[in-house]
Design a protein around this ligand. Structure first.
Ligand SMILES: [Mg+2]
Length: 252
């Protein structure tokens, strides 16, 4: 009971320390608000400038860890950040190179075709996103069909030996080898992150993997949004509050 109370009264985070912290930021729902179509999301110039300046002041120790592909995250941030882990840690960019932890997999392609066939005949009301090394079923445009989407995703995943990753208004089918925790650990294993204390900021269930990894490394995490069961110690209510917290850290 006491723990539940503690969860619902998570404090605002202490100030960001640009000299000592390494920042791991989620994108959608954390830095930018959701849109009905993820492709319509674009960061404001103010946000892009803030992230680029933070990255410079923190000697590059700022990474985006997102479920989007790196290409899709770049489209939102217009290149404001170099360090990006995409598809929940499956791909990772450090400097000019992009590492991918897995190769093309026929199971993803088969699942993609199946999901598209179901939507084409009206049996599934989702936007199917091809991420290459994963696929996502977005039901934001028809949330009343969430359960139908969930059942179809479970069915497709089982047939093709894929894993399910649930997020806000999205169900992803993945090869299951990676999580946002792996992305945090990979970045923290090398400069400019290695000598710093990790701080993760995120809104979704998939961010909990990053929160636990950061806690194991002696860092701290910030949940964005309404209180819920979380591994984070701190909370900010929305993307605007995240922006203000980052900006205050830069000014101090
Ligand atoms: Mg998010």
């Amino acid at each position: 009971m006491l723990q539940q109370n503690e969860r619902t009264t998570l404090a605002p985070p202490p100030p960001l320390d640009v000299r000592r912290h390494a920042l791991f930021l989620d994108l959608d729902g954390t830095l930018v608000d959701f849109a009905v179509n993820p492709e319509q999301v674009v960061a404001s110039e103010e946000l892009r400038l803030l992230l680029a300046t933070l990255s410079r002041e923190m000697t590059g120790a700022v990474a985006l860890i997102t479920g989007r592909t790196i290409a899709s995250a770049d489209a939102v941030l217009a290149g404001a950040l170099v360090h990006i882990a995409g598809i929940h840690g499956v791909e990772r960019r450090t400097g000019e190179t992009i590492e991918r932890s897995i190769g093309d997999d026929a199971r993803i392609k088969a699942a993609l075709e199946e999901a598209r066939a179901l939507t084409a005949k009206g049996a599934l009301q989702v936007d199917v996103e091809d991420k290459g090394l994963a696929l996502a079923l977005h039901y934001r445009r028809a949330p009343e069909f969430a359960d139908v989407a969930r059942r179809a995703a479970a069915d497709i995943a089982q047939r093709h030996g894929l894993s399910i990753l649930e997020g806000k208004m999205v169900i992803e089918l993945t090869l299951g080898q990676r999580s946002k925790a792996d992305a945090v650990l990979d970045f923290m294993a090398a400069p400019p992150f290695a000598s710093r204390k990790p701080v993760a900021v995120g809104d979704d269930v998939t961010d909990e993997d990053a929160f636990r990894a950061v806690a194991a490394l002696g860092g701290q995490s910030i949940l964005v949004g309404a209180p819920r069961d979380t591994a984070a110690a701190y909370r900010l209510p929305d993307t605007r509050a995240v922006f203000a917290w980052l900006k205050a850290g830069l000014a101090s």
